[in-house]
Design a protein around this ligand. Sequence first.
Ligand code: C5P
Length: 313
Amino acid sequence: MTSAILSAPSVSVRAPAKVNLELRVGPPRPDGFHPLATVYQAVSLFDQVTIRAGDDWSVEISGSRALGVPADETNLALRAARLLAERHDIDEPVEIFIDKEIPVAGGMAGGSADAAATLVACDWFWDLGLSKEELATVAAELGSDVPFLLHGGTALGTGRGEIITPVLTRGTYHWVFAPSDIGLSTPDVYRQFDEHNEAVGFTPPEPASSPALMAALMSGNPEQLAPVLMNDLEGSAIDLRPELEEIIVEGRHLGALAGIVSGSGPTIAFLAADHESAIDLAVGLTATGVVTDTYRATGPVPGATIRGVPRVD
Ligand code: C5P
């Protein structure tokens, strides 16, 4: 595939996965979405999207996490390319190649990363010259997380998660991610959240991010960040996948400063004290057999970034 791509003008863009350091969820809005106050961090686990001109619109997926990604019209990267083309009266179909490393339906925004990368790639390829803000408007139509994956770094997401405000942070955080073989559906997790609240008669307050989290991020100290990591969807993800609790407990035993469900799950994100502790934790988790696979990553990292420029042979 690579040689075929390189024999024609192409552009490659890499986009990171995300973890939610804080995910505060309010009661459902009339449109069905939930108001959020979430602090996203982009981490160094990447999908790479390459595009080139094609006779028709298409998408092809390869890489360690390709299984289960639709290669049809429902693919979010393909939808991103088509939407951007429609908005700018472009009639130049592209072939999209996705090299997938981010777990699918894992709560790490893999599909959104592909969409963000595709928007950046198409903007370059079609010479649209759009600003990040203009791309973010299209991104928000594709999914709540997509604007953040354009942005990267560490940022507050409000609205349904699509309104992005940068957050000041110091230092680099070391993460170990424990993915599950079977993904969780985001709508199912939000539904479980609503049903549980209804059953116990609880109305969530309007979501707000915590000053303690912002202070921890300014300190650059993972020991200060660990106790303030918070995910309102964690209980719902665990209701649907009780085994996640065991993974969190095991990670804490093995020295993780904290373990939380990433976004709507089922991936578990462990915060480690430093690089060495992250290696020990990753090895320990697989050795105990509670997970089959782990990823180490650091954050924050930049959002969707051009990697390879078009070339003509
Ligand atoms: O925006 P996105 O396409 O990622 O959302 C997927 C689904 O997750 C939505 O259809 C909705 O069920 C749920 N969701 C929500 N509130 C949000 C974001 C997502 O209820 N703020």
